[in-house]
Design a protein around this ligand. Structure first.
Ligand SMILES: [Zn+2]
Length: 476
């Protein structure tokens, strides 16, 4: 039974979708003004794993992600670079999608840009004004958090506690409550369609005047359009719980009069460097692009999934080295399985091994997507499999079954086969046995040398002893 931890209730709950086997999942996407870093990669790899596991459980998943292509950060960066906001945001949207593709994050059904949903955003702001949840002051339209009874139910903050964090972002002095946030920012210098916005600071016409949307409203406008308006799962990094996700609930539940907007809230933990959050503002970040210059993408996938999605995960060279070693262990095991040639019958030991591993794997994943446990189970299988191979107890057919099983797991994880380099001409473990055989021959231990030759043959390789030493050839 699939269970996961719901930030809204602070409990692990049995998952029940709203409609049978169909799941609507929304995850906050990037603000496209710069390259994404490893912290972003961690979040999106985790939700990719979650979406893929839900699919494997037989659900049809509509995974929606927004792209924030208008925002103060974009406007400021565009001004700095003296290019238009649109050129900047389109460029970094393309770069984001390139990174996502490189990491094999391919479970997203639809990406929705904020600026493609201005009509829906205006409609929500209008409704909030009509229903008395919003008010207009000089620089824009604001949400009155004191009007929404349930404000703070996700982050467990009161209206008063909300003030500090929000007012740093929305600084207008005339606000009714310090914690009120902007829904529509008015463009003071623009009064007609014809007047220019200089390319840096865009604005759109609306019944309230030219302006641009606040950050929180784009998500609810987009989810209302595609999920109309209640849905199953909302995800994001944990720093979005407040004020962003709290604001989303306040907006959507006030607009629709229906609650809850979302049944399950899932949040990923931070990626840290020396225990501090990796962030643009702290300057301690590594971009995905830079990481992939020296490392394969599967390193990042295993690194991200080794920790539980809710736990913090600390990035270090040492940690990455350990991940590389683990991948080598996986690769060697797969190469061995692929080389198995023994034609014995399927052993009972092996089918029991797969059955047990499968059960345990599913139990771990069903328990709030416990990937560290699931990965430990895979490594146990590798150790036990290696031991069967070494004792010559695994047939070719057994090996095929294990490979098939690992293939199924890799549909969710994408670090076992995905991104793996082709098998080298002579795998390392064959070379090792050949060396052992050479030593046995030098010691004139002909019996052992012969046994090792047979073992090599069973793994699909033949030895030819030449004057220059042994030559290894693959049996066709
Ligand atoms: Zn968002």
């Amino acid at each position: 039974m699939l269970k996961f931890y719901n930030t809204l209730t602070r409990k692990k709950e049995i998952f029940k979708p709203r409609k049978n086997k169909k799941i609507n999942l929304f995850v906050c996407g990037p603000t496209v003004y710069d390259f994404s870093h490893l912290g972003h990669a961690r979040t999106y790899i985790c939700f990719d794993m979650i979406a893929k596991y839900l699919k494997q459980k037989g659900y049809r998943v509509f995974y929606l992600q927004n792209i924030t292509d208008i925002d103060d950060k974009i406007i400021n960066r565009a001004k700095e670079k003296k290019i238009s906001w649109k050129d900047l945001s389109r460029k970094f949207e393309r770069e984001y999608l390139k990174d996502i593709k490189a990491l094999n994050i391919n479970s997203v059904t639809k990406y929705a840009r904020a600026t493609d949903h201005i009509k829906e955003i205006i409609s929500q702001v209008k409704k909030l004004l009509e229903k008395g949840f919003a008010y207009q002051i000089k620089d824009g339209i604001y949400y009155d958090i004191s009007k929404f009874k349930d404000y703070g139910k996700l982050s467990r903050r009161t209206v008063l506690q909300a003030e500090d964090a929000v007012s740093r972002i929305d600084t207008a002095k005339e606000k009714k409550n310090k914690g009120d946030f902007c829904l529509w920012k008015l463009a003071p210098h623009r009064t007609s369609e014809a007047s220019s916005s200089a390319g840096f600071e865009p604005s759109w016409p609306s019944p309230f005047g030219f302006g641009r949307p606040g950050w929180h409203i784009e998500d609810t406008a987009i989810t209302e359009k595609y999920f109309c308006p209640q849905y199953d799962i909302h995800g994001g990094a944990r720093d979005l719980i407040f004020p962003h996700h709290e604001a989303e609930i306040a907006q959507m539940e006030a607009v629709s009069g229906k609650k809850p907007m979302v049944r399950y809230w899932l949040h990923t933990g931070f990626l840290t460097v020396k225990r501090r959050k990796m962030a643009k503002s702290l300057g301690n970040f590594i971009t995905i692009r830079d990481f992939l210059k020296d490392n394969s993408a599967r390193i990042l996938r295993l690194f991200a999934l080794k920790a539980h999605y809710r736990s913090p995960i600390d990035y270090s060279e040492k940690e990455i080295k350990e991940v590389k070693e683990q991948l080598e262990k996986i690769d060697e095991f797969i190469d061995k399985l692929k080389s198995q040639r023994a034609k014995r019958k399927i052993t009972t030991q092996h089918s029991k091994l797969i059955r047990q591993t499968k059960e345990k794997f599913e139990q771990a994943m069903d328990e709030d997507f416990n990937t560290p446990k699931a990965i430990a189970i895979i490594f146990k299988l590798i150790n036990q499999g290696n031991s069967l191979i070494n004792r010559d107890l695994l047939s070719q057919a057994d090996a095929k079954n294990v490979l098939k099983f690992l293939g199924k797991i890799d549909e969710v994880f994408n670090f076992i086969f995905w991104g793996k380099k082709a098998v080298p001409k002579t795998p390392l473990f064959i070379k090792k046995i050949v060396k052992e055989r050479e030593k046995a021959r030098q010691r004139k231990n002909w019996k052992l040398a012969d046994e090792l030759r047979k073992k090599i043959k069973q793994m699909g390789y033949r030895i030819e002893d030449t004057k220059k030493g042994p030559k290894i050839k693959k049996i066709k």
